[in-house]
Design a protein around this ligand. Structure first.
Ligand code: ADP
Ligand code: MG
Length: 258
């Protein structure tokens, strides 16, 4: 019997406006994500990339003022943050928080249980997958006993975000600058792991300022955010063009410099 192909899921963002601290940051974002695809969102600092990530996840400070976000046709914005997470939305933070007194292993197991029912949660599989993901990320098992992110280096925090993504098995995963502040070996470990986690059941949005992680994860599509809206889109080659030519020409809406 042929294996049933996984159901395709869609996250459709239309005309999204959002404000933070009373200031409009997102000014009409249109974006469509599909499972089985890896999408890159690039753009200069301050263009609203993290604001988009927070607005999608439901951060209370980032208020959506108009526009729609539909997960398979259902209104994502009507859901609370935990409902969004249970529906399969995942956000890997640009700046992960330290949580003293909560061990990484307890955190991962507790969140895993929220994504699985008592029937399909499997402690042996959880442990096996956890160990292989730790190895992939080049992380020592001793991290599991430590408090979440407490005293972790920048690179260790970013690896831990990807470890959470691996554990939670999301339908849509947003990784906000998983590569920023990392040395080249850490970028490779994070990039290779994200590439391994790609499968037909997950849609991944990698937010990044630089092109370098895109050597390890191959985006199907590249979008560029400028001043709160998608200004440009293209294939993989667009990322390389931006690396070589910078963002200034996109900001002012010119043709790329030769
Ligand atoms: P990016 O991730 O593309 O660098 P951000 O979404 O972080 O951009 O920021 C976009 C703009 O929103 C910036 O001008 C930033 O200062 C502002 N901003 C973001 N978060 C807050 C906040 N909590 N309070 C006030 N302004 C904010
Ligand atoms: Mg950001």
């Amino acid at each position: 019997m042929a294996a049933t192909p996984p159901v395709e899921h869609t996250l459709l963002i239309q005309g999204l406006h959002a404000e933070v601290g009373g200031k409009e940051i997102l000014k009409g974002v249109d974006l469509e994500l599909h499972t089985g695809e890896l999408t890159a969102m690039m753009g200069p600092n301050g263009s609203g990339k993290s604001t988009l990530a927070y607005a999608l996840m439901g951060h209370p400070k980032y208020k959506v003022t108009s526009g729609t976000v539909k997960l398979d046709g259902k209104d994502l914005l009507a859901l609370t943050v935990d409902q969004r997470a249970r529906a399969g939305l995942f956000l890997g933070f640009q700046y992960p928080q330290e949580v003293s007194g909560l061990s990484l292993s307890k955190f991962l197991w507790t969140s895993y249980m929220q994504r699985h029912t008592a029937e399909n949660a499997n402690v042996e599989k959880f442990g096996k997958d956890l160990n292989s993901n730790l190895a992939l990320l080049g992380m020592d098992e001793s991290f599991l006993k430590r408090s979440l992110n407490e005293g972790f280096s920048g690179g260790e925090k970013k690896r831990t975000e990807v470890l959470q993504m691996a554990t939670l098995d999301p339908v849509f995963a947003i990784l906000d600058e998983p590569d920023s502040g990392l040395d080249i070996d850490a970028v490779k470990a994070v990039g290779d792991t994200v590439a391994q986690l790609q499968n037909p059941g997950v849609g991944i949005l990698v937010i990044t300022h630089y092109q370098r992680i895109l050597k390890f994860v191959k985006p199907h599509r590249v979008y560029v955010m400028v001043d709160g809206a998608v200004a440009l889109s293209g294939g993989r080659e667009l990322a390389e063009e931006l690396e070589a030519k910078g963002y200034d020409w996109v900001k002012v809406g010119l043709a790329p410099p030769a």
